[in-house]
Every structure is written in structure tokens, then in C-alpha cells.
Design a protein around this ligand. Sequence first.
Ligand SMILES: Nc1nc2c(ncn2[C@@H]2O[C@H](COP(=O)(O)OP(=O)(O)OP(=O)(O)O)[C@@H](O)[C@H]2O)c(=O)[nH]1
Length: 288
Amino acid sequence: MQKNKAARLLKSPSPANSLTQVLGQSERVKDIVEECADGLSSVNAGIKRELQDGEISPGIETALEESETIEGKVQDASKALSLVNLALTEEVQERTILQERLAAAEKQSDEALYASLHDPLTGLPNRVLFNDRLEHGLAHAKRNGISLVVMFLDLDDFKRINDTHGHEVGDIVLTTIAGRIKQASRDEDTVCRHGGDEFLCLLAEIRNERDITAIADKIIAMVNVPCDIQVRDITLSLVIQPSIGIAIFPADGTTADALIANADKAMYQAKRNKSGYALFGNLAVSPD
Ligand SMILES: Nc1nc2c(ncn2[C@@H]2O[C@H](COP(=O)(O)OP(=O)(O)OP(=O)(O)O)[C@@H](O)[C@H]2O)c(=O)[nH]1
């Protein structure tokens, strides 16, 4: 009956790759073998006592010898199983350490990838990720004959914030503004920190110019809300004005570089005219 139980345990379905489950099964088999060894030992001791008390029959003596040999083998098997289980335990520990190291390396690699694609101050996508999204967006727009918009946003007179209140306050302002631009855009759009006090927005699947200017107005209104920043015992209320240049695919450029460059030109126009935003398509064409 014990033999059947052991066979059942070994055959019971278990994921082949689960070393811990295999170890558990092996531990249970070892317990059964140990139980058999103990059972055999007490049976053999009983037979020996009977033989000492009564007449010695040669058949029983031979059976006892055989039984004692089996008892020895079962005990050896139990010891061998203990060693196997010890080795399995060490293997499980090693595998656990390796899995932990692998998980840590994967986490590190994910963090490195994230860092390579995001701006550390604001957490926004950086230029690399923006360009990748823009290239994909352009391919999609070309395939489907739809438009796409690049906005170039620069904060007006931002240097004054740093010069007057210090770089730390400037950092808080940049982070606050970054959050607001993100909030003003849709989930499918990409807002990126281009560098310094410059941001880029990629607006996908825009239907008409009115939608574009509505988004620009929304961004300007949200950026314009005073940034209240606590510095020691005083609260600064800083008002920031952005200038936004807008380039639309395909009219204002058909490549990522052209769209960004033309949105940048339009931004300078908006800054010069203090108009908030300017569309590249509405700029006066220069003679050169
Ligand atoms: N606090 C902070 N300042 C930064 C960071 N990166 C760039 N800057 C500063 O941002 C300012 C950008 O100034 P500019 O864009 O040249 O000029 P501006 O004062 O905004 O003037 P206009 O662009 O002409 O309106 C500079 O003073 C930079 O030192 C940053 O990560 N943190």
C-alpha cells in the first residue's frame, strides 16, 4: 500500500519547472520511505523476539535475514533521499537568488530605458521619445490622409524667475507648468520637454484649425494661472506667459524636423507679437 502511495505522489501532476513542488514531493516520498524503514525495523525486532522465545525454524531465519537486508536498503534509500532533498533545497535557494537578481536587473533595465526617454525634472517624455512618436504619427497620418499638429511652446521671460527667485523656484515653476500642459492635452497627445523652458506638443487626429486654436487657448489659460510657491514663510504668486508656435502636417511640413523647425519659427512670431500663439501657415513669407 505504501508503494502505491509513493507512486501516486510521484505521478501526481505538477508543473515541470516548479522545483519547489518537486522538492515537496520528494520530502513526502522520503517520509514514506522512513515510515517503511521504521515499520520494517519494528516487524524485524518482533520476529527476532519470537525466535529467541520459541523454536528456530530455518525458513523464518532466512526470511528474517532477507527482511533485515530490505530494512537496510530502505534505510539507505531514506538517507539517499535526505541528501537529494538537501541538494534540491540548495538548488531552490540558488534559483530564488538568481530570480531575485534577474528581477532586479530587469527593473534596472526598465528604469534605464525610462530615464533615456524622459526628462528627469518634469517626468515628461524627452526629445528622443517625442521624435519617435512624431515619426510614428507622421507615418499614420500619411497612410490615412489625416493631419497632425506640432506645437512649440516657450515660456516668456523665464530667466527672470531664476534670476529673481533662484533655480529651485524655477524648477518648481517648470514642473508645475509641465503638469498643466499635460492636463490641457488629451491622453493620445504627447507633451515633451524639449529643453530649458521649451515644450513640444504632438496633437494627433485634429479635425480643423478651430480645434487647434482652442487647444492653444486652453494651454495658455492653464499656464497663465498663477503658480503659488511657498518659499520659507512667504508665498510667491508667479504668473507665466507662454508663446506657442503651431505647424500643421502636411501644409507646414512633411517631416518631423521641418514641422518642429516651423513651429519654432511661429513661436518666435507669437513672442514678438505677444499674441500667445501663431500659426506657421499665417506667417508672412520672407523674401529669401
Ligand atoms: N530652473 C531651471 N531653469 C532652467 C532649466 N533649464 C534651463 N533653465 C533656464 O531657463 C532660462 C531660459 O531662458 P531663455 O529661454 O533663454 O530666455 P527667457 O528668459 O525665457 O526669455 P524669452 O525666451 O526670450 O522669453 C535660462 O535662464 C536657463 O538657465 C532648468 O532645468 N531649471
